[in-house]
Design a protein around this ligand. Structure first.
Ligand SMILES: [Mn+2]
Length: 426
């Protein structure tokens, strides 16, 4: 379905008076409000194709109906989100779930919705129908050279699909690892993986990046061959300048200091991008900001500080890959994505409030209390009106979630696609 601008304008008109009063108040409180709004307008986060359907657990899946049953419908759904919030201007595809029959038609459709193609994702964590060799014991790490070759060729094919669509990066997440002590020779697994990644890297187009995503555990529970940021960094630094580490917020052990990881990867110029989500235990796929919004703010604070001029070698504006990576069980996926983008924008805006000079002074003086006050002062500032104002100025909704519900968008999608439509890949 196509959402008309007039429908959004109508909703905004009803909310304008209250919004205006709140915004005037916020402007007095926040001296750099205009600068923040400008940066919020520019900020885009990619939506992964697999977040558009209901996720599941290994126990069950409870879809709510109206899920996009084709790549075209997935693009339409992201188009809806982008129309509502003007901050979801890219889609990230998963191959082979999202292979386009006609890349040209798909590109045209995406352009109609104002969408670009973000990173393409390879999949060697499951066997596809008709696949000759199995990834049961790993893909790029596998002791069997023919299996490694099959996985390498798959990644090269994914790059080709990405080139056809105008994507500029490949994300490699490997489920490779082992479940029991003794199962794997760690060194050989690393060396095989590196050699395989090198072969893929060699085929990257000149202006492409490769993101190597790590994960602490699952599906393997004894060792993961790209298990943490240190291992990912080892691969990406050996691979070369087009390889970067990708941080997925849910891929750490509980209590990991992710903001510190971000800071050091930026220092080394090796931070490639993010997969936003939240977790209480591990890879829980919960909505970003739903469990620990303060951590999200602290991460954004490092990102903003790290992109200030003078903090070489990270080049400001060289383009991180920002993406949501969540797909859970109980919410409407589109409502969830609206909440996720909102949480990201709020944290970003709050981090732009931090007085970096005063913070550094406090640090130099070992004034721990002052340093904490500066950060928490920014975190406790209500910036929601600035986020709404940034949307209003670009013709998006003051309150996207309210528009989604009052226009009964899910009901319309169910009427259009049926209750049994299931997003491909889920
Ligand atoms: Mn991820």
């Amino acid at each position: 379905m196509i959402l008309q601008s007039t429908e959004i304008e109508k909703s905004n008109a009803g909310k304008q008076a209250k919004h205006k009063a709140l915004f005037e108040f916020a402007k007095n409180e926040i001296p750099n409000a205009e600068e923040i709004i400008k940066r919020l307008i520019d900020f885009q986060v990619a939506i992964p194709s697999w977040a558009l359907g209901t996720g599941g657990t290994r126990f069950g899946r409870f879809p709510g109906g109206g899920e996009p049953g084709s790549l075209e419908q997935k693009i339409e759904d992201v188009g809806l989100l982008h129309k509502l919030n003007n901050s979801s201007g890219a889609i990230s595809l998963h191959i082979p779930w999202d292979i386009p029959t006609s890349p040209k038609d798909i590109q045209e459709l995406a352009a109609q919705h104002g969408l670009a193609f973000d990173a393409v994702n390879s999949n060697t964590f499951q066997d596809q129908a008709g696949q000759v060799l199995s990834y049961k014991f790993g893909s790029l790490q596998n002791v069997n050279k023919a299996i490694r070759k099959q996985a390498i060729e798959h990644n090269i094919e994914v790059i080709k699909h990405g080139v056809d669509l105008g994507s500029k990066s490949l994300t490699v997440w490997l489920s490779d690892g082992s479940c029991f002590p003794g199962q794997l020779n760690f060194r050989k697994a690393f060396e095989n993986t590196l050699e395989s990644l090198q072969e893929i890297y060699a085929t990257l187009p000149e202006d492409w990046k490769m993101f190597v995503e790590y994960k602490a555990f699952e599906p393997n529970f004894y060792s993961m061959t790209v298990g943490d940021w240190g291992q990912s960094y080892l691969y990406t630094s050996k691979l070369g300048p087009k390889a970067y580490t990708l941080v997925d917020l849910g891929h750490h052990l509980p209590n990991a200091n992710i903001e510190q990881i971000v800071s050091l990867l930026m220092m080394e110029g090796k931070l490639g991008g993010f997969h936003f989500n939240d977790s209480k235990y591990g890879d829980d796929d919960l909505t970003v900001g739903s469990i620990n919004p303060y951590q999200l703010f602290l991460i954004f604070n490092e990102l903003v500080q790290g992109t200030q001029p003078g903090n070489a070698p990270f080049e400001a504006g060289s383009g991180f890959g920002w993406m949501i990576d969540a797909s859970h069980n109980v919410k409407d996926p589109l409502e969830d994505l609206l909440q996720a983008v909102e949480a990201i924008l709020i944290s970003y805006a709050q981090s732009l409030l931090v007085d970096a000079k005063a913070l550094e002074e406090a640090r130099e003086n070992n004034d721990v209390v002052k340093a904490q006050e500066i950060l928490q002062g920014a975190y406790r500032t209500d910036v929601r009106t600035l986020v709404s104002e940034s949307r209003l100025r670009t013709g998006a909704a003051i309150d996207p979630l309210d528009v989604f519900r009052s226009l009964k968008i899910r009901e319309k999608l169910i009427a259009e696609r049926g209750t049994n439509s299931i997003a491909t890949g889920l």
